[in-house]
Design a protein around this ligand. Structure first.
Ligand code: ZEM
Length: 284
C-alpha cells in the first residue's frame, strides 16, 4: 500500500479550512459531514457500505439526496489529493473530518490510514451501498435507532455522535432545511445538548419541511434532533453531555473513531494491524 507523510496531509487540510467566502467561514463542518456520510452507509449484517472504497464518487451513492452538497466538500479536497496522490480518497475524506473536528476545538479522533479506493471501472452493484441508508431528518427515535443500530452503535454512541450538530448548518438547496443549530457553528463543543435540553423549541412557520425554532428564530432543530429529547433514554444521556463537556468529548472521540472504521478491512481487527497507526497517532 502506498504510504506517505500523513502529517503533511493534515497540514494541507488545515491550511484550507478557513474560507471567508464559504458559509460561516470554515470548511470544517462540511468535511465532518463528508466523513460521516462516507461511513454511515455501513450495514453490520451484510458487512457492506462504510468509508472504505470512497464509493460516494460513484452512482448511486453520489446521487443519494442525503449527500446533496457533499460534492462541494469533495471538490475542496481535490487539490490536496492532487498534491498527495498516494493517499486514498477514503483516507483523505475521513482524515479531513478528523482534522476539521480538531481545528474547531474538538477532541483528537483516533484515525488510522489504510482505506483503499474502489476502481470506478470495475464496480459491480454490490460494491456501492444502495441509497436510503443514511438517517432521514423528518423521522423520530425509532428510525434513528434503526439506522444507527444497523451500523452497530448503541444509544450512548448515537447521542454522542449527533452532538456534531454543534457545528455547521442546514442549507435549503441541499436538505431543504434552513439554519444552524448553535450560535457558534465553527466551534466544536457540547453546546448542542445545552440548547436542545433548555430552549423552548417550537415548530417554525415557513414554506419548508417541519423544523423547530428558538424564540428569536435564529437557531433550528430537526425532527430527528427533537427525538433525542422526546425519548427518555436518549434525553438522560443528552443531559449528561450538556453538563459535562469532557465526558462528551471522550465519548464522541471514541464513537466517531469507530464510525470511520466501519467496513474497513484490518489485519488483526479494527485499527490493530496497521503498521502506520503509530505514526498517525501522535498525541497532541
Ligand atoms: Zn447531520 N445533518 N444528521 N450529523 N450533520 C445535517 C448537517 C450536518 C442528520 C441530518 O438529517 C442532517 C449526524 C447525524 C444526523 C453533521 C454531522 C452529523 C443536515 C443539513 C441534515 C438534514 C444538511 C445541509 O442542508 O447541508 C440526521 C437526521 C442525523 C441523525 C439522526 C452525525 C452522526 C454527524 C457527525 C458525527 C454536520 C457537521 C452537518 C453540517 C454540515 C454543513 O455543511 O454545515
Amino acid at each position: 500500500m502506498p504510504h506517505g507523510d500523513y502529517e503533511k496531509v493534515r497540514a494541507d487540510i488545515k491550511a484550507i479550512l478557513k474560507n471567508e467566502d464559504y458559509d460561516d467561514g470554515s470548511l470544517a463542518p462540511v468535511f465532518l459531514r463528508l466523513a460521516w456520510h462516507a461511513s454511515g452507509t455501513y450495514d453490520k449484517s451484510s458487512s457492506t457500505g462504510g468509508s472504505d472504497g470512497a464509493t460516494m464518487r460513484f452512482a448511486p451513492e453520489s446521487t443519494d439526496g442525503a449527500n446533496a452538497g457533499l460534492e462541494h466538500a469533495r471538490a475542496f479536497l481535490e487539490p490536496i489529493k492532487k498534491a498527495n496522490p498516494w493517499i486514498s480518497y477514503a483516507d483523505l475524506w475521513t482524515l479531513a473530518g478528523c482534522v476539521g473536528i480538531e481545528a474547531m476545538g474538538g477532541p483528537r479522533i483516533p484515525w488510522t490510514p489504510g482505506r483503499s479506493d474502489k476502481d470506478g471501472k470495475k464496480l459491480s452493484a454490490k460494491d456501492v451501498p444502495p441509497n436510503g441508508r443514511l438517517p432521514d431528518a423528518a423521522q423520530g427515535q425509532d428510525h434513528v435507532r434503526d439506522v444507527f443500530y444497523r451500523m452497530g452503535f448503541n444509544d450512548r454512541e448515537i447521542v454522542a455522535l449527533i452532538g456534531a450538530h454543534a457545528v455547521g448548518r442546514c442549507h435549503p438547496d441541499r436538505s431543504g432545511y434552513d439554519g444552524p443549530w448553535t450560535h457558534t457553528p465553527t466551534r466544536f463543543s457540547n453546546q448542542y445538548y445545552k440548547l436542545l435540553t433548555t430552549v423552548n423549541w417550537v415548530p417554525r412557520e415557513w414554506d419548508g419541511p417541519l423544523q423547530y425554532r428558538d424564540d428569536d428564530d435564529e437557531l433550528m432543530m430537526l425532527p430527528a434532533d427533537m427525538a433525542i429529547v422526546h425519548d427518555p433514554k436518549f434525553k438522560a444521556i443528552a443531559l449528561e453531555y450538556a453538563k459535562d463537556n469532557d465526558v462528551f468529548f471522550k465519548d464522541f472521540a471514541a464513537a466517531f473513531g469507530k464510525l470511520i472504521e466501519l467496513g474497513v478491512p484490518r489485519q488483526g481487527g479494527a485499527g490493530g494491524g496497521c503498521p502506520y497507526a503509530g505514526a498517525a497517532q501522535k498525541p497532541r
